[in-house]
Design a protein around this ligand. Structure first.
Ligand SMILES: NC(=O)c1ccc[n+]([C@@H]2O[C@H](COP(=O)([O-])OP(=O)(O)OC[C@H]3O[C@@H](n4cnc5c(N)ncnc54)[C@H](OP(=O)(O)O)[C@@H]3O)[C@@H](O)[C@H]2O)c1
Length: 320
């Protein structure tokens, strides 16, 4: 059995997820289905999902050890440069879907096996490092703004916790789509960086100059009340994460009186990923990158994500 280097969860640690991370050797990916192919990973990026997995959220103990990672860009067996769409069939449920690293080994490895249908051409002008940012956080932000948030019908957006991968993506995409964008961050230095992206940066909880049409919510309990208060009549509050707690207090009176829509959103489709790539190429959009770490420094990259101090995506360059 041949082996490859990989970053994987060996166990769960709810309090100290970094302690459950192992960088070592795992078997090469194989898949019995002839429609699956193996991609040589050139770059990957981390998501909060990887920390949840190390904590034991969304990953069952009987699937350990599990190679982490949802995002990758690399080269397919025919030599094509590709971006990997990370939503794959759920082997436990024929009608269900899962993310790479939930049932099938993830992308934080030399190679990853995926259905051929999950390969999206990497735009020629985009580096592997840039492309590896897009499949989870950027796709999630794109779907939240467009399909779920129906931003085309609105003029303004609020993005909560703007340092995160999804949040920075939402800021950049909403600015590129010509909307008025407000974003909160607890960190004054991050607020400066948000302003440089073209958004109006405010402290968490601050009153906005206007009520917004769409709210992008990935923080959860710490910001949800502010999201409700900032929403214009008929606004969409789109939720895809709850980093700071998933059981906020919700003022239902405000929900019905303002006729608000609270919408869940998860990932996106392969077609939406292709649309996102086209948009990035057409508008010259480049992902916001917190830092690029060599694969041999994967533990350092995880520590950076875990610190909460990030601004944009934490990327792994698999060629170093
Ligand atoms: N459903 C899906 O398909 C999907 C896809 C991607 C992500 N997600 C979820 O979305 C969330 C965001 O993920 P991510 O990878 O983009 O980044 P992340 O690491 O969760 O985001 C970090 C940001 O969250 C904000 N934050 C964290 N704790 C906070 C607190 N107590 N109060 C206020 N803000 C806080 C911070 O903003 P500031 O420091 O700027 O204040 C920080 O920059 C995660 O929960 C993730 O699981 C879901």
């Amino acid at each position: 059995m041949s082996i490859m280097r990989a970053a994987y969860a060996s166990r769960f640690d709810a309090d100290d997820p970094l302690a459950a991370l192992v960088v070592g050797e795992r078997p090469e990916p194989t898949h019995p289905d002839p429609d699956w192919v193996t991609v040589e990973v050139r770059a990957s990026s981390l998501n909060h999902h990887d920390l949840w997995s190390l904590r034991g959220v969304g990953l069952a103990a009987d699937r350990l050890p599990m190679i982490l990672g949802c995002d990758a860009a690399g080269v397919d067996p025919d030599g094509n440069e590709v971006v990997v769409f990370p939503v794959v069939p759920d082997p436990a449920d024929p009608r269900g879907l899962s993310l790479l690293s939930e049932h099938h080994p993830g992308t934080l490895a030399e190679r990853v096996a995926v259905p051929r249908a999950n390969l999206v051409p990497k735009p020629a002008g985009m580096s592997f490092v840039e492309a590896a940012c897009l499949p989870t956080a950027w796709l999630t932000a794109y779907r939240m703004l467009t399909t779920r948030g129906r931003l085309a019908d609105g003029g303004s957006v609020l993005v909560q916790g703007a340092g995160g991968g999804v949040a920075t993506a939402a800021v950049v995409l909403a600015v590129a789509l010509g909307k008025r964008v407000y974003a909160t961050s607890r960190d004054p230095a991050k607020r400066e960086r948000i302003a440089a992206l073209g958004a109006t940066a405010v402290a968490p909880g601050a009153r906005l100059p206007e009520r917004v049409d769409v709210v992008i919510e990935t923080v959860g309990a710490a910001t949800f009340d502010h999201s409700l208060k900032s929403a214009a009549p008929g606004a969409r509050i789109v939720v895809s994460g709850a980093t700071a707690g998933h059981e906020p207090t919700v003022n239902l009176r405000r929900v019905f009186a303002m006729q608000l829509e609270i919408l869940g959103s998860t990932m996106g489709t392969a077609a939406e990923l292709a649309e996102l790539l086209d948009l990035c190429v057409a508008r010259g959009i480049r992902p916001v990158i917190d830092g690029v770490h060599g694969f041999s420094r994967v533990d350092e990259a995880f520590a950076r994500l875990h610190s909460g101090g990030i601004f944009g995506k934490v990327v792994l360059d698999h060629t170093t």
